[in-house]
Design a binder for this molecule. Structure first.
Ligand code: NAP
Length: 311
C-alpha cells in the first residue's frame, strides 16, 4: 500500500486511489443500478484501504450521499474517511437548475451534511458554474462555511479558465475537478498548468474514459447503454481508440498488470494529480483499481504512453 498523499495544500490525506461514486445510487445517470450493490462498492473500497469517496447531490439526487452515509454509520469510520461532495443543482418544478448563489450553496451544504449523516464535509465543490453569480462571491460563501467548520476544503468543477481565475481571486480554491483522461487532454492546455502554478490539486473525472481505458471493449462489443452516445465509442474514432489501447496492452502485459492500472498510474505521475477517482459498478472493479498502487512506471513507459495518446 502506498502512503497517503495530501490533496494539494488542503491537509486532507488520501489514498491516491479514491472511489468515484456516481454509480452508487446514481439512478438518474445509469440504468439498472442497485442500492445494495452501491453499498457493497463503498464497503469494498473502505475495507481495502480506499479512504477518499467522491460524491455529489446530482448522483441520484442525494441517493449516493445517503448510501455513503449509511455505510459510514455502520462501520463507524467517519473520521478515517475523506468525503468529497458537490452541489449546485436545485430542483424547481421538476427541472434541474444550476445555482451558485450564496443562499443556495449554504442550503445544499446543509442538505448534504444531513444525507451523509455527518457534521462536516471534507471537500465541497461547486459542481457546475451558474450564469449569474460572481464566482468570487460563491467562493466567499464556501470560505465562510469553512470557517464555520462545515467544510474543510474548497473545490470547483467544470469551471472554464476565466471562471476559475475569477473564483480564485483571493487564492481560496484548493481543488479543481475536470474531465481529463488519455483520450481527452484539453485540461493540459490551461487548467493543469494553472493548478500547478497556484498549488491547486487537479482531480480528473472520467479517468477510465467511462470504462474504455480498461481494455475490455473490442470492435464487436455491443454498446447498448449511455456510452453509445459518447463519441469515444463511435465509428472510426472508436476503432482508432481501440488501436491505441492495444499498444497500452503490450505495456500492461510486460508489467503483468491490468490496462486500467497502467492508465491510473500514469495520471498519478503528474505533480498536480494527487489522487484519482475511478468509478465502479461492481465491488470487483474497486479491487482491480486499487492494484494500481503496485505499479511503478519507468520514465520510458510514461513517455511511451504519452506518445501513444498524442498521436
Ligand atoms: P470512469 O471512472 O472513467 O469509468 C468508470 C466505469 O468504468 C465504471 O463505472 C465501470 O463501468 C468501469 N470500470 C471501472 N473500473 C473497471 C475495471 N477495473 N475493469 C473494468 N471496468 C471498470 O468514469 P466515471 O465513474 O463516470 O467518473 C469517475 C468519477 O468522477 C465518478 O464516479 C464521479 O465521482 C466523478 N465525476 C465527476 C463529474 C463532474 O462533473 N465533476 C462528472 C463525471 C464523473 P462498467 O462496469 O459499466 O463498464
Amino acid at each position: 500500500m502506498r502512503n497517503l498523499e495530501e490533496i494539494g495544500r488542503t491537509g486532507l490525506m488520501v489514498n491516491p486511489i479514491g472511489l468515484g461514486s456516481n454509480a452508487v445510487g446514481g439512478h438518474n445517470l445509469f440504468q439498472n443500478l442497485n442500492d445494495e450493490t452501491g453499498k457493497k462498492i463503498v464497503r469494498a473500497a473502505i475495507q481495502n484501504g480506499i479512504n477518499f469517496l467522491d460524491s455529489a447531490f446530482i448522483y441520484g439526487m442525494g441517493r449516493s450521499e445517503e448510501l455513503i452515509g449509511e455505510v459510514l454509520k455502520e462501520s463507524k469510520t467517519r473520521q478515517d474517511i475523506i468525503i468529497a461532495t458537490k452541489g449546485a443543482h436545485r430542483i424547481e418544478d421538476g427541472k434541474v437548475i444550476v445555482d451558485n448563489s450564496p443562499k443556495f450553496l449554504r442550503e445544499t451544504v446543509e442538505n448534504s451534511l444531513r444525507r451523509l449523516q455527518t457534521d462536516y464535509i471534507d471537500l465541497f465543490y461547486i459542481h457546475y458554474p451558474d450564469e449569474g453569480t460572481p464566482k468570487d462571491e460563491a467562493i466567499g460563501t464556501l470560505s465562510r462555511l469553512k470557517e464555520e467548520g462545515k467544510i474543510r476544503a474548497i473545490g470547483v468543477s467544470n469551471f472554464t479558465m476565466d471562471q476559475l481565475t475569477e473564483a480564485n481571486k483571493d487564492g481560496n480554491v484548493e481543488v479543481i475537478q475536470a474531465g481529463y483522461n488519455l483520450f481527452k487532454r484539453e485540461a493540459e492546455n490551461e487548467l493543469i498548468p494553472y493548478s500547478a502554478q497556484h498549488q491547486i490539486s487537479f482531480i480528473p473525472y472520467f479517468p477510465l474514459a467511462s470504462g474504455l481505458l480498461t481494455g475490455k471493449f473490442s470492435k464487436d462489443t455491443m454498446i447498448e447503454d449511455g456510452r453509445s452516445n459518447n463519441p469515444l465509442f463511435q465509428g472510426e474514432a472508436f476503432l482508432q481508440n481501440l488501436e491505441k489501447i492495444e499498444l497500452l496492452r503490450t505495456i500492461a502485459n510486460d508489467k503483468q498488470a491490468d490496462i486500467s492500472s497502467i492508465v491510473l498510474a500514469w495520471y498519478l505521475t503528474q505533480a498536480t494529480i494527487d489522487t484519482v477517482i475511478p468509478g465502479a459498478k461492481k465491488p470487483e472493479q474497486v479491487l482491480l483499481n486499487i492494484k494500481t498502487l503496485e505499479i511503478e512506471l519507468t520514465t520510458e513507459e510514461i513517455q511511451e504512453i504519452d506518445r501513444i495518446f498524442m498521436a
